[in-house]
Ligand binder design. Structure first.
Ligand code: ADP
Ligand code: AMP
Length: 213
């Protein structure tokens, strides 16, 4: 099963993608996590990506597409995957479609986690992230067992640089201009499913599993 998660930054794509990956036994692939791991390890790719991420801009398609195609070619992706944060532009979606076409394959579902901008702005300031394992918490809705520490791996949690209020506003603008058109793109392909992302995260997951079966 090949699934794409659509939705604004902070809509809950990552939260849901982790649960989907666990239930259906497929890898969760987040281009944002891949970039953050590279920034943490100070790789060349990380240095390049950081310039864009810190401003709330998208990393250029050429860089992002290469990373994604390398990742989905790995053995663990044979039975599918859930993509979180990719594609974010129409050209990215077209590259993925062409790559899958060549394998006589296609994306099965594009799930749009729908959350209005007002809710997003409230959520982002409370998000705390683990840069080591990719886990995400929220200081009110999803607190870790021990304040500031990741439940999974014990790493210190951080407020992402790009979750600061001025950057969140840019990211929402970028989302509406560059990423939202993907909703029409996948709707035309007949694989778009929309869920109400303002519900409690368990109810959002219930709506998603009703779709996926
Ligand atoms: P995205 O991957 O779309 O950027 P996240 O999954 O990281 O979003 O979620 C953004 C923040 O909102 C996180 O702090 C997360 O814990 C919290 N969150 C996710 N889903 C919900 C929900 N249904 N209700 C309330 N808070 C949520
Ligand atoms: P995320 O963790 O998905 O919120 O992504 C964080 C940041 O990484 C984004 O704001 C972008 O700067 C960058 N990024 C992640 N995925 C992509 C993508 N598919 N295309 C371009 N930039 C991306």
């Amino acid at each position: 099963m090949k699934i794409i998660m659509l939705g604004a930054p902070g809509a809950g794509k990552g939260t849901q993608a982790i649960m989907i990956a666990d239930k259906y036994g497929i890898p969760h692939i987040s281009t944002g996590d891949i970039f953050r791991a590279n920034i943490k390890n100070n790789t060349e790719l990380g240095q390049e990506a950081k310039k864009y991420m810190d401003q709330g801009l998208l990393v250029p398609d050429e860089l992002t597409v290469k990373i994604l195609l390398d990742r989905v070619a790995k053995d663990d992706c044979k039975n599918g995957y859930v993509l979180d944060g990719f594609p974010r532009t129409i050209p990215q979606a077209e590259v993925l479609e062409d790559a899958l076409n060549k394998l006589n394959d296609a994306v099965d579902y594009a799930i749009d986690v729908n959350v209005p901008d007002e809710n997003i702005i409230k959520r982002m300031g409370g998000r705390r992230a683990c840069v080591k394992c990719g886990a995400t918490y929220h200081i009110e809705h999803v607190p870790p067992k021990k304040e500031g520490i990741c439940d999974n791996c014990g790493e210190a949690l951080v407020l992402r640089d790009d979750d600061k209020p001025e950057t969140v506003k840019n990211r929402l603008d970028v989302y509406h201009k560059q990423t939202q058109p993907l909703i029409d793109f996948y709707s035309q392909k007949g694989i778009l499913k929309t869920v109400d992302g303002t519900m409690d995260m368990k109810d959002v997951f219930g709506a998603i599993t009703d779709i996926l079966g």
